[in-house]
Design a protein around this ligand. Structure first.
Ligand code: ADP
Ligand code: MG
Length: 763
């Protein structure tokens, strides 16, 4: 900056004051354009990272350019000339660039001839350049009008050449009128003004020293003004670590906070309900269940709240482990609440508990056992009298166990001494909701979260990072498992065979689920039943509605999706199922109707049940052997895995038939193929993550915004996350409030402000 005395002052004198919070430079119109990219301050600008690097070695394929897109392409100049407009006489430069096969027209409009000549000197035949702008069509040919460009290693003007010779050239996410090249220059200018001390580093120096990490400032220089490929790769690696570290630091802080909280210790007691339950269990616990059970029992015995995630394969017996934890707490004099995702599931848990506890679940009743307790159920659909008596049992402490849906969260629900909260079968649960349940306890209750389907470890570590993790990798021995086949919906013989198989299984004493994507024909799939209590699905979950699934698939349905109400009628009159009773289940039925439908199915009165995905989660009918999923192509992978988990739970082998319209090569076909190929839920979870974009893994809040994860790949960066987690825990253990690390605190706040809270809270 030139002062009045003619001397030049370095701008950093000012930036020391304003730092990264200074508004990005430019005219108001330009600032508006920056704002559309989420850039307001210099800090924002420096966090606007290149999405790739152009290199003079890789020429862009011109055939791949789409009209209307903002592009940056590397191409070779064929030739250029100056032309004059007929009426105005204004000059323009017309040039052709080539990728070696095709050519693309360039046109640059200029007010003066001298300026046009400047371009002509740079656009010499043979020169390689990076051209950025919007592709349009003129006279039937692709054209790039008024591009910004840089020529590689072309020595026309020394100053220009010096700058331009530097590659790799960063290419930025751009917008019309604010091309990558403009952004590149603005970033470079800002970086040149800043010094290391202007750029706070969220990673403490101690950690940097130990891990041999560069400073944030040099990482920014590496990604924005690299001299070599190694520069930007190193810069990215450092920023990737930083993202993991900041995230893990917040999780470690939450974990430390919970560990400092006081909770009532609920140690195991022999001769209590848990022992009685175990004695009545019709099976022996798997090794995994024993290990997880021991971990949980130990956590519960400590005077600090347990914070544990129990995750694992569908049907691996997670719910049993959770129920045992609840009984330990009751034995210790406390109450346990279990929050289930659907009323069908809540009712099922209550039935299981009552059946296994027998008279022990009749505490306080005539003839009930002395050590007994009561199991209360709270769902939104109960009538007033039922609800009142259940509320009373919870509040008085008579009910040691209270199972419910979100109705449990409502204000009137009180507990005498809530010691444990179990959140069953979901991999998402807002902090707020968890907080509401926890607020019903005098002392912080212990917390156990179980997931519905397996989650890759790295995802669990990130999304549930403040929780300790127990894992059940195997299903109990003796299950015959499930065989899965994809059945093309338009193949008549295969469909005949499908219904014949259903019939055979029923005649052998089995049961068959027939799952449809919709309830009736006007249903858009939004209320297909399963999500009666769910909010947004953030991880590993599927598009919430069938419509979204189709949109995701990028094509309209060929024919309307089959609906429960129609399919049930068709099957009742279908000669292929003559004499077989067909039941019905969907989310719009009352809970009594639902309970009856499940009971009739279970008992064999209606051995075929046409249902929405209301049965997706947790429904346990061991006699069920066949699962027919109609329109399977609109379901997501983890949902299909869940559904399939409903069969093959008993000693008879299960069969899952995926009736689908999934042309080869579509993502749907890949999903179905993966499902048919393996029953390993961990493997499927991995495939699922690969088939979707990273943004979908952590929810849309994570895509593309500042503070979002830009470099960290949750699925593949397990080693980085591991390291960052160890480092973050050490830093937080030594300084729980991060008092010595203001830059780290600020980085955490920035992440949380940008919606990270959404998924950090999902547990
Ligand atoms: P998850 O919740 O993990 O999907 P559940 O807890 O619902 O699985 O268990 C699935 C089925 O397996 C239930 O019928 C349950 O009673 C049964 N089960 C659980 N543990 C065992 C075991 N160790 N051996 C045999 N069956 C078991
Ligand atoms: Mg379960």
């Amino acid at each position: 900056m030139a002062g009045r005395d003619g001397l030049t002052y370095p701008d950093s004198v000012h930036t020391h004051v304003d730092g990264l919070h200074r508004r990005v430079e430019g005219k108001p119109a330009e600032q508006k354009k920056y704002a559309t990219l989420g850039i307001e301050t210099v800090g924002d600008l420096l966090a606007h990272y290149p999405w790739r690097y152009a290199d003079s070695r890789e020429v862009t394929d011109i055939a791949s350019l789409a009209v209307g897109r903002n592009v940056s392409l590397v191409a070779q100049v064929r030739g250029a000339e100056i032309k004059l407009a007929q009426r105005t006489g204004k000059p323009r430069v017309e040039a052709k660039v080539t990728d070696g096969t095709r050519t693309l027209d360039l046109v640059i409009f200029m007010p003066h001839r001298t300026m046009a000549e400047f371009h002509l000197k740079r656009l010499v035949p043979g020169a390689l350049g990076l051209f950025s702008g919007q592709i349009n069509v003129f006279n039937g040919r692709l054209q790039l009008a008024n591009p910004t460009y840089a020529i590689f290693g072309h020595e026309v003007d020394e100053a220009v050449a010096l700058e331009e010779a530097e590659w790799p050239i960063p290419i930025y996410p751009a917008t019309a009128g604010l091309e990558s090249d403009k952004i590149r220059k603005a970033v470079r200018k800002e970086l040149d003004r800043l010094t290391e001390s202007d750029v706070p580093d969220p990673v403490p120096g101690t950690v940097r020293a130990e891990r041999h990490l560069a400073s944030r400032w040099s990482a920014l220089r590496g990604v924005h003004v690299p001299q070599t490929e190694e520069d930007w790769r190193k810069g990215q690696a450092r920023l990737r670590y930083e993202e993991a570290f900041v995230l893990q630091a917040e999780l470690a802080r939450r974990r430390a906070h919970a560990q400092r909280e006081e909770s009532t210790a609920r140690p195991a007691r022999s001769g209590g309900l848990l022992d009685a339950f175990d004695a009545r269990l019709p099976f022996t616990l798997t090794d995994g269940q024993v290990v997880a059970g021991d971990q949980i029992a130990a956590d519960l015995a400590r005077p600090h709240p347990m914070q544990r995630l129990l995750q694992g394969e569908v049907g691996s017996g997670k719910t049993v482990v959770a129920l045992r934890a609840m009984l330990q707490v009751v034995d210790a004099g406390g109450q346990a609440a279990m929050l289930a995702p659907t009323s069908v599931l809540a009712a099922q848990h209550v039935r299981t508990l009552r059946a296994l506890l027998g008279d022990l679940a009749e505490g306080g009743l005539l003839g009930g056992s002395e050590i007994g307790t009561r199991v209360a159920l709270l769902t939104g659909a109960q009538n007033a009298a039922e609800r009142r008596s259940n509320l009373l049992e919870a509040a008085s402490g008579q009910a040691g166990i209270v199972v419910g849906t979100h109705a449990l969260l409502s204000d009137p629900v009180q507990f005498a001494d809530l010691g444990l909260v179990v959140i069953d079968e979901q991999h998402k649960f807002g902090v707020e909701q968890r907080g509401r349940l926890q607020a019903k306890a005098a002392n912080a209750p212990h917390l156990l979260v179980t997931t519905a389907t397996p989650i890759p470890r790295t995802v669990a570590m990130t999304v549930f990072g403040e929780l300790e993790i127990s894992e059940l990798r195997h299903v109990p021995a003796g299950r015959s498992g499930v065989t899965t086949h994809v059945v093309p919906a338009d193949n008549r013989p295969w469909m005949d065979r499908t219904w014949a198989r259903v019939r055979e299984e029923v005649e052998r004493g089995g049961r068959a689920f027939v799952v449809c994507a919709r309830i009736d024909s006007d249903d858009d799939g939004a209320d297909a039943g399963p999500r009666e209590t769910d909010g947004a699905d953030l991880i590993l979950d599927e598009p919430t509605t069938v419509g979204e699934a189709q949109a995701a698939e990028g094509r309209a349905p060929k024919r309307p999706l089959r609906a429960v109400l129609e399919v049930v009628e068709t099957l009742r009159h279908d000669a292929r199922l003559d004499g077989v009773e067909v039941g019905l289940l969907h989310g719009r039925m009352t809970s009594e109707e639902k309970d009856r439908a499940i009971a009739d199915f279970s008992s064999g009165r209606t051995p075929v049940l046409v249902s929405t995905t209301v049965i997706e989660v947790g429904v346990d009918v061991p006699a069920a052997t066949v699962m027919v999923i109609l329109d399977a192509h609109v379901f997501g992978l983890s949902q299909l895995h869940q559904l399939r988990g409903r069969v093959g739970r008993g000693s008879a082998p299960g069969l899952c038939l995926l009736v689908a319209d999934a042309p080869e090569g579509t993502v749907a076909a890949q999903r179905l193929g993966a499902l048919a190929a393996t029953t390993d839920g961990f493997e499927l979870a991995r495939v699922d993550l690969e088939l979707r974009k990273e943004g979908d893994v952590l929810g849309s809040a994570q895509s593309g915004r500042r503070g979002a994860l830009r470099f960290l790949r949750i699925v593949s960066d397990g080693a980085v996350i591991d390291r960052a987690r160890d480092d973050a825990r050490a830093v937080v253990d030594a300084d729980p409030e991060l008092a010595a690390w203001p830059a780290l605190r600020a980085a955490i706040d920035l992440q949380l402000a940008d919606g990270r809270e959404d998924f950090l809270g999902q547990s």
